[in-house]
Design a protein around this ligand. Structure first.
Ligand code: FMN
Length: 444
């Protein structure tokens, strides 16, 4: 199976200072021309897909400097992702189009309908990134006073995914002959009324769209908790995983794929994509220089706000060039990443300024940095040792980082026989080597 390359298509790179870089897009907020250009660049590079992370709320209202500077994961001025991908489906012909929608604050009928439509519009290139919503404040935009508790969210997500798939199976293939002569628009024997009555949802169906070209648009998922991994094993075609080291990524890969037989699936039924920001230069020095340049675009106020966000506690008021203050673990929010950042700062004796500079360029995620050969070597090693089946690539600067990756690294991967020179087929499933699922109500 060839390596999968996905482009994280956020308008503003992977770094909080990125949008200020001289080669970054001008006016990146809700800009359709930029989005078209990015999709076409990724398609020219033979990428499998572009991917839009998403949420339903504006974040960091309580962190003034970060709010004003805009962190890429906060996305305060973006298009609704399926709406955007529908437009992009008209200016691309092969690349997969994957958007995020939440099972916590959306309805299965709406999600099934939007992604079935996108699959038809694009000729079978749609994917749904199923999330349970990471930003608790999104709840406030949906008539809730607080975020749904995780156990509940995942229980609802499993039923949600099952209903969506059931709705996609509402019609058998060939249910709409639209025969003018015979006067027959559809075949009544080829519809299935879902009549779902569950704990969270009652959905009669059927869906008001013919069966999608891919049968089911692809399902992506990203949770890394025990319940998150089980949900992926049950429903996901692709998993977006983030690990900072190759051994940790290998363990996560084996863990998630090891859960597939429990749900009657095999390892080949799923692709795991490892999230990474790639800094590539003509030389390793050039890549390093870009990294330093981005660090310099972050003011101390933004850096301290970002550190506060990652640690889950206020960091304003501490001297920037003194060592990180000693906090008990229970005072750094609830995230593993906050604890990991503190441990790193204590072990290496970092100051507050050094700590935020260290974590900013890849925003807490994984990073590869070097010349084309070094990057291709690392990617090859991760891929061949089953740390992943491919990569979800964030460019440090958009669009130039993606263009540079395509110019320098893609030919190197192609030369090694790791990556395609031409698209294998016309649908996203074709290109990923994933079969078209049978219709559960009309199996042959
Ligand atoms: C790599 C990755 C990407 C994610 N992308 C999104 C996203 O775009 N929107 C969102 O609301 N949640 C996103 N999430 C959050 C997950 O959907 C989930 O709510 C969160 O990870 C908590 O679940 P967990 O404890 O199982 O990891 C992402 C999580 C991971 C690990």
């Amino acid at each position: 199976m060839p390596m999968v390359l996905a482009a994280n298509a956020n308008a503003s790179g992977s770094h909080v200072g990125e949008w200020r870089h001289p080669t970054a897009w001008n006016n990146p907020a809700a800009n359709i021309e930029n989005a078209k250009r990015l999709a076409q660049i990724a398609e020219a590079g033979k990428f499998d897909l572009i991917f839009l992370a998403d949420g339903n709320g504006v974040r960091q209202l309580d962190k003034p400097a970060l709010f004003a500077a805009t962190s890429p994961s906060d996305r305060p001025g973006v298009f609704e992702p399926v709406t955007l991908l529908s437009a992009l489906s008209m200016v691309t012909s092969h690349i997969g189009l994957v958007a995020t929608a939440t099972t916590t604050y959306d309805e299965p009928f709406h999600v099934a309908r939007r992604f079935a439509s996108l699959d038809h519009l694009s000729g079978g290139r749609a994917g749904w990134n199923l999330v349970t919503t990471s930003n608790p404040d999104d709840a406030l935009n949906f008539s809730h006073t607080e975020h749904m508790e995780r156990g509940n969210r995942y229980e609802r997500a499993a039923e949600f995914a099952d209903v969506v798939k059931g709705l996609w199976d509402s019609w058998d293939d060939g249910a709409f002959p639209q025969d003018k002569e015979a006067g027959q628009f559809l075949v009544p024997e080829k519809v299935h009324v879902l009549a779902h009555k569950g704990t969270h949802f009652q959905v009669r169906g059927p869906l008001n769209a013919p069966r999608p070209p891919q049968g089911h648009p692809l399902i992506f998922s990203a949770g890394q908790s025990e319940t998150g991994k089980d949900l992926s094993a049950q429903h996901a075609d692709c998993v977006f995983a983030i690990e900072g080291s190759m051994p940790a990524a290998q363990r996560l890969y084996a863990d998630i794929k090891g859960r597939l037989p429990k749900f009657g699936r095999t390892a080949d039924d799923m692709r795991i994509l490892s999230g990474v920001t790639i800094f590539v230069g003509e030389t390793a020095e050039e890549a390093e220089a870009l990294f330093q340049q981005l660090e310099d675009l972050v003011s101390p106020a933004v850096g301290v706000d970002y550190l506060s966000k990652m640690l889950g506690r206020k960091m304003q008021g501490y001297a920037l060039d003194e060592p990180m203050p000693k906090f008990d673990e229970e005072h750094v929010g609830h995230t593993g990443i906050g604890k990991a950042i503190l441990n790193m700062a204590y072990e290496e004796g970092l100051t507050v300024r050094q700590t935020y500079r260290r974590i900013l360029p890849q925003m807490g995620g994984n990073m590869f940095k070097g010349d084309a050969k070094q990057i291709a070597d690392t990617m090859e090693e991760w891929y061949t040792t089953k740390a992943c089946d491919g990569f979800m690539i964030a460019a440090p600067v958009v669009p130039t980082g993606l263009e540079r990756f395509i110019r320098l690294v893609v030919p190197e991967l192609q030369k090694r026989g790791l990556f395609r020179k031409e698209y294998e087929g016309t649908t996203l499933r074709d290109n990923l080597g994933l079969g078209r699922p049978a219709n559960r109500f009309f199996a042959a």
